[in-house]
Design a binder for this molecule. Structure first.
Ligand code: AMP
Ligand code: ZN
Length: 469
């Protein structure tokens, strides 16, 4: 299996530190608001990578933090007149609901920054002892120039970085030895959450959190560190500096970064106000549609969010769910008995879709091409079952389809209650339209249902429906 490593800028063969096991850390969201669908991109793509690693037989220790102490959280708390903890707890709960609705599995561990302060004080003390950090008036800074390899992830040159910083004077930071030095610990301001430390009552900088949580839950050396590409500099660069100077060993072997989810060509972000929350989307769509949309592009290519893309993802998902529904019907209503010889040959042929799927996923988690393999399988299933088949054949194809969808975290079987609620609602709306002699609307609803793979039958007892064969 090959993974593109941002550290070397190359696709590399993946070799874990410990055979059969993967230690993976993904930077999680800062919890001061509902997450937007840009934040959902790393959640969906790295959940999919994890599912694929597990499919390959790896045991994955997957750690993803919640940043629950931060300026934005404190600002939100002041605005609402509540504690920072109340804000972060509320949005952690909401974030977990969104993750579940997107079928993103909970991490093995979701550490909270505020519960790991002791470890952070420990690592900062060690960095001071090793002369990689220094304290000035209660603030502790990392001595960037002491780490020769600084810039190796972002491929930035230290001198260029320093000259770029020269013009930027950050107030209160004149005391730093060097413009590139960054904060590990800072004194509290009035009303802010704070913890006692050897330097002052205060709170940690953002970067030290991840170095400490990765170390505690995964060890000094980890296999994969992941996050959005905006985190490469300075966040991940600083994590490398802290971890490698404190632990004395290379931090992460493979760095994976997802590209942005854009809107009209610009990065979707809270600060620009050009975002949709996952909740906004959930009000109009099944979040499986959003998941499919995210996976329809390779994770390292930018994705421009639009209504048209959502509509197309919706119909793509329906192609899958219709085929799965049709196969399930045949599992009940197909011919009894063993697979025919022809069916056995067809199943052998169908296995090539799963092989191609794996080959695409082995190539740096290419979900876009892996999805095409699923659509090829869907087409194959539709064609080879038009004239009926055995239950056994339908079951085998359904199993293959379900297994591939499951690796991508897509649910191919629409739960019957959900489907019937939707269909019944549309049938009722159609009856209303007919009563009002709005036949165009009534026909449009019949067409919508047909597109969902539902056939209507007018019977003496009223309108009945079934999945189209
Ligand atoms: P934040 O809450 O801003 O720290 O972001 C949490 C995660 O979402 C990080 O991995 C970010 O890189 C990622 N992220 C934020 N906005 C976007 C976006 N528009 N597209 C892709 N990833 C994003
Ligand atoms: Zn991080």
């Amino acid at each position: 299996m090959k993974i593109f490593n941002s550290l070397t800028m190359k696709k590399e063969e993946f070799v874990p530190i410990e055979p059969g096991k993967i230690r993976m850390y993904v930077c999680g969201p800062t919890v001061y608001n509902l997450i937007h669908i840009g934040n959902a991109r790393p959640m969906i793509v790295f959940d999919t990578a994890r599912r694929y690693f597990e499919h390959k037989g790896y045991e994955v220790n997957f750690v993803s933090n919640f940043t629950d102490v931060d300026d934005k959280i404190i600002k939100a708390a002041i605005e609402e007149g509540v504690t920072a903890e109340e804000i972060s707890q509320r949005y952690i709960e909401e974030c977990k609901k969104d993750m579940a609705a997107m079928n993103v599995r909970p991490a093995t561990t979701h550490p909270l920054a505020t519960k790991e302060i002791g470890g952070m004080i420990g690592m900062i003390s060690k960095l001071i002892k090793k002369d990689y950090a220094y304290e000035k008036n209660g603030t502790v800074y990392f001595r960037t120039r002491k780490f020769n390899e600084y810039g190796k992830l972002s491929h930035k040159n230290l001198d260029d970085l320093r000259s770029g910083f020269r013009t930027l004077k950050v107030s209160g930071e004149d005391e730093k030895e060097d413009n590139l030095d960054f904060v590990l610990w800072k004194p509290k301001k009035e009303g802010e959450p704070a913890w006692k430390s050897p330097w002052c009552e205060g709170r940690p900088g953002w970067h030290i959190e991840c170095s400490v949580m990765a170390k505690k839950y995964l060890g000094d050396e980890i296999d994969i560190h992941a996050g959005g590409e905006d985190l490469i500099f300075p966040h991940h660069e600083n994590e490398i500096a802290q971890s490698e100077c404190a632990n004395g060993v290379p931090f992460a072997r493979y760095w994976m970064h997802n590209a942005f989810l854009n809107i009209n060509g610009t990065k979707m972000s809270k600060s620009l106000g050009n975002f949709f929350t996952v909740r906004d989307i959930a009000a109009h769509y099944d979040l499986q549609v959003l998941r499919l949309l995210m996976l329809s592009a390779h994770y390292r290519t930018q994705l421009n969010f639009s209504e048209e893309l959502m509509a197309s993802a919706k119909s793509s998902l329906e192609r899958i769910t219709n085929a799965a529904g049709h196969l399930l019907d045949l599992v009940t209503n197909g011919a009894d008995g063993e697979l025919t010889e022809k069916e056995e040959a067809l199943l052998t042929e169908a296995r090539k879709f799963a092989e191609s799927f794996d080959a695409h996923m082995d190539d740096d988690i290419n979900t876009a091409d892996a999805l095409s393999d699923i659509f090829e399988l869907v087409k194959f299933a539709n064609i080879t079952t038009t004239d009926g088949c055995t239950k056994a054949y339908a079951r085998a194809l359904h199993q293959e389809l379900e297994a591939l969808c499951d690796i991508l975290g897509l649910i191919c079987d629409v739960p019957d209650e959900a489907l019937s609620a939707e269909v019944e609602a549309k049938i009722a709306e159609r009856q209303e339209a007919r009563k009002a002699k709005d036949f165009a609307r009534a026909d449009a609803i019949r067409d919508e249902l047909a597109a969902m793979g539902i056939e209507l039958m007018d019977t003496k007892e009223g309108v009945k429906w079934k999945r189209k064969a």
